[in-house]
Design a protein around this ligand. Structure first.
Ligand SMILES: Cc1cc2nc3c(=O)[nH]c(=O)nc-3n(C[C@H](O)[C@H](O)[C@H](O)COP(=O)(O)OP(=O)(O)OC[C@H]3O[C@@H](n4cnc5c(N)ncnc54)[C@H](O)[C@@H]3O)c2cc1C
Length: 386
């Protein structure tokens, strides 16, 4: 990618990134590092939504065989090199970890029926378990610390700016072909000039008319709790993907459990399709979903019951598209206006490669780190309108 700070007559590109989640921040980081003048506009605070409340689990090859495979592989490796560059282990809890599939059956209580050789802190009614990821293929970050660390580095090292405000619309120059981006207009009337604009507002994308006129992004609400066990040293770095059979019967649930190097244990699951409220601060968890997650915690480990302090009970929205794949690229007929959204349950994993590829596309006209063609927004548009 061209590193083009102000040299001679060359004017640096001014790029406005809308949305301070992991996708917007990763894009801002790579743009600023590569010489653009970057402003991030965020309506609330950096990583206030899913990017701050996610699990932060990363997998090298779990998307293999699908359209996201090359994005995920490139991003998994970028997470490792970013961690080397930014001391991720101490600044945002990056660490490789082993991942297990664990089947828990509430009705099978008592140690007699317990599967053998499972890590000792998983002392609930385990029916069966098996490894599904190694320290070479799975890892984790604390997503809020990761996103905020990248933003701080972009500001302190590469001159990026953060503006708190709500994006209302994108301004274009007049032109027969729909014109070219020239500004972003905020709800309070502020106008910020731009050569290029990146719309990275996650599940809020469809609230911007410029996006909803082309394709739909909807929100899937998911819940999580963060526990602080009394004896964190007893808990080993194993991520757990559960098949959880309730004593009441019904289909098994699939919550996930992520011990963190901070000593916390994060547990998520319980999703529903709900309308995304305008303000991320208005996203509140459903009490019944939180109750179930606490019950899951108790049945996974005695370390996660009673004595464990509940640090957070929260909910957030996955940004989803109708074909299940992210949308990354220039909007058809709107020169200089780019979008990056729809990362569903893999946005923390895929943030770095999305940001690096989009930064290349904006600065150099094409992305080399990942082929973005299968994520092109034009796929939702009839050929005659492209
Ligand atoms: C419970 C849960 C667990 C998850 N676990 C994982 C995991 O383990 N691994 C993984 O890879 N992914 C995980 N994900 C998915 C991941 O969190 C998301 O894919 C990712 O955070 C999406 O990032 P984003 O930047 O697109 O959106 P968001 O994080 O939603 O950020 C969008 C930002 O845009 C801002 N915004 C919106 N509208 C405007 C506006 N008009 N003006 C200005 N700002 C605006 C919002 O305030 C918000 O800060 C999980 C998600 C959930 C819900």
């Amino acid at each position: 990618m061209s590193n083009s700070p102000e040299t001679g007559n060359q004017r640096r590109k001014e790029v406005v990134v809308c949305g301070g989640g992991v996708i917007g921040v990763c894009t801002a980081y790579f743009l600023a590092k590569n010489g653009a003048i970057v402003t991030v506009i965020e309506q609330s605070s950096i990583a206030c939504a899913a990017s701050g409340k996610a699990g932060g689990f990363l997998a090298l090859d779990w998307c293999d065989g699908g359209p996201v495979s090359s994005l995920a592989r490139a991003s998994f490796n970028l997470h490792r090199s970013l961690s080397d560059e930014l001391d991720g282990a101490s600044s945002y809890g990056y660490r490789p970890l082993t991942t297990l599939s664990v089947s828990i059956d509430e009705s099978q209580s008592g140690p007699s029926g317990r599967a053998k050789d499972v890590p000792s802190w998983i002392d609930g009614p385990v029916k069966e378990w098996k490894p599904i990821g190694t320290a070479q293929t799975t890892a984790q970050v604390h997503p809020q610390l990761f996103t905020r660390c990248l933003m701080t580095t972009a500001v302190e090292n590469y001159g990026a700016k953060v503006v708190i405000g709500k994006v209302e619309k994108v301004g274009f120059t007049a032109g027969d072909d729909g014109g070219r981006v020239e500004s972003v207009v905020l709800e309070d009337g502020r106008v910020i000039k731009a050569d290029s604009v990146v719309l990275a507002v996650g599940p809020w994308s469809s609230k911007l008319g410029i996006v909803s006129s082309l394709f739909r992004v909807y929100g899937l609400k998911a819940h999580s709790i963060v526990l602080e066990p009394k004896d964190p040293d007893a808990i080993t770095p194993h991520a757990l993907f559960l098949s959880y059979y309730s004593a009441q019967g019904g289909k098994p649930m699939d919550p996930e459990v992520y011990p963190r190097p901070t000593g916390e244990v994060y547990i998520c699951g319980m999703s529903t399709t709900e309308e995304v409220p305008d303000d991320p601060e208005q996203v509140v968890p459903n009490l019944e979903s939180i109750r179930v997650l606490k019950q899951v915690a108790r049945n996974v480990s005695t370390h996660l019951e009673g004595e464990a302090q509940v640090k957070a009970e929260q909910a957030c929205f996955l940004p989803c598209t109708d074909d299940g794949n992210p949308v990354i690229g220039e909007l058809p007929g709107m020169k200089g206006c780019f979008v990056a959204t729809g990362h569903s349950c893999w946005g923390i994993l895929n943030g770095p490669a999305t940001g690096a590829a989009l930064a290349e596309l904006i600065m150099d006209g094409q992305a080399s780190i990942v082929d973005l063609r299968s994520f092109c927004p034009a796929r939702f548009v009839a050929p005659s309108r492209r």
